[in-house]
Ligand binder design. Structure first.
Ligand code: RIB
Ligand code: CA
Length: 316
């Protein structure tokens, strides 16, 4: 049982992004988390936008947490952004402004490597965008594999949201995902099966609005856009996918996990980017591969939103 007074050190790698911003707010507003930095990658929007959105978030909460810009595209395939979900800015709905804060003058991969190599091996990485930065950092300095306490990935699942088979983060750079899923780094995967349970319902939105603070207004603005966009896509509200990863670092009771084998498809015409999850431990006469990922299963909805809302309230 982890001691409750030890803060969980983490670096957030993502593509802000409505749900990335919620994850960053959850981390920055919870006393159990020591957010050491945010590294940005192209994904929901081009790198310039995702980095700007991270800096806007830091301005909004008055936090001097380093933001390091990373890769502007995947390892192999071309960049494919998601303005149909997040808008051209990557954070449509929010009252955006030119941020006062600037990114640090260090590439995200170097920030990850330097911070991890100087550490005691007690830093968790939340990766909630295309996995290009983290995979490239591992290629550049393989020794970080022994320095990452755990890699909590938002990605994958047993269904897709960008193709029938694949989830956006994995699909955006399946080669990067394969490097990490085949590594020995301890991994937790928050796939769509889990994260689609973390929907911002009208009742949740009412609780956020009732906080009546500049940060809650910021959240209400961009989450209203994100919710409406999700409804247009036939969903009953927006899943705050990325925040599930941070919630797990705060309290492991926020969702159950299953230790399963997960392999990444990088060749399929219809299945590129699929997380092939061996749910039933099938061997079908072939070599039975050992489980390599703790896969998120059932969300404690009330605990998740209590954590999320108390973080927003604490940030003023
Ligand atoms: O598929 C959802 C994921 O892709 C989320 O992390 C979202 O922010 C986008 O990066
Ligand atoms: Ca994301």
């Amino acid at each position: 049982m982890e001691s409750m007074d030890v803060r969980e050190k983490m670096i957030y790698d993502g593509d802000p992004g409505h749900d990335d911003v919620m994850a960053i707010l959850l981390a920055a507003g919870n006393p159990r988390i020591d957010l050491l930095g945010v590294t940005t990658v192209a994904g929901n929007a081009p790198l310039e936008m995702t980095t700007r959105n991270a800096l806007i978030t830091m301005d909004m909460i008055g936090a001097d947490i380093p933001v390091a810009a990373g890769c502007s595209g995947p390892l192999v395939k071309p960049l494919y952004t998601a303005p149909f979900v997040h808008g051209e800015s990557g954070l449509d709905g929010a009252k955006l402004f030119e941020p006062k804060r600037k990114p640090i003058q260090k590439h995200a991969c170097d920030f990850l490597i330097d911070t991890l190599m100087e550490s005691e091996g007690d830093i968790s990485i939340v990766a909630a965008g295309p996995l290009t930065n983290v995979a490239l950092a591992l290629r550049r300095e393989p020794a970080i594999a022994n320095k990452i306490k755990q890699l909590v990935i938002m990605g994958g699942g047993r269904f897709g949201n960008i193709t029938p088979a694949a989830e956006f983060n994995i699909w955006s750079d399946a080669e990067a995902a394969r490097i990490l899923f085949e590594s020995e780094i301890p991994k937790v995967m928050c796939g769509l099966d889990l994260t689609y349970q973390a929907v911002a319902t009208p009742e949740v939105m009412e609780r956020i609005r009732a906080i009546h603070s500049p940060v809650s207004e910021f959240v209400n603005d961009f989450m209203t856009f994100y919710n409406n966009n999700s409804k247009r896509a036939g969903k009953n509200g927006a899943p705050v996918n990325d925040a599930c990863c941070v919630a797990y670092l705060i309290d492991k009771a926020v969702f159950t996990t299953r230790h399963l084998r997960v392999d990444i498809e990088t060749k399929g015409e219809f299945t590129y980017g699929m997380t092939c999850i061996d749910v039933f431990r099938m061997n079908s006469g072939r070599e039975l591969k050992e489980p390599n990922v703790y896969v998120g299963d059932k969300l404690n909805f009330e605990l998740f939103w209590n954590l999320m809302i108390s973080s927003i309230a604490s940030l003023g």
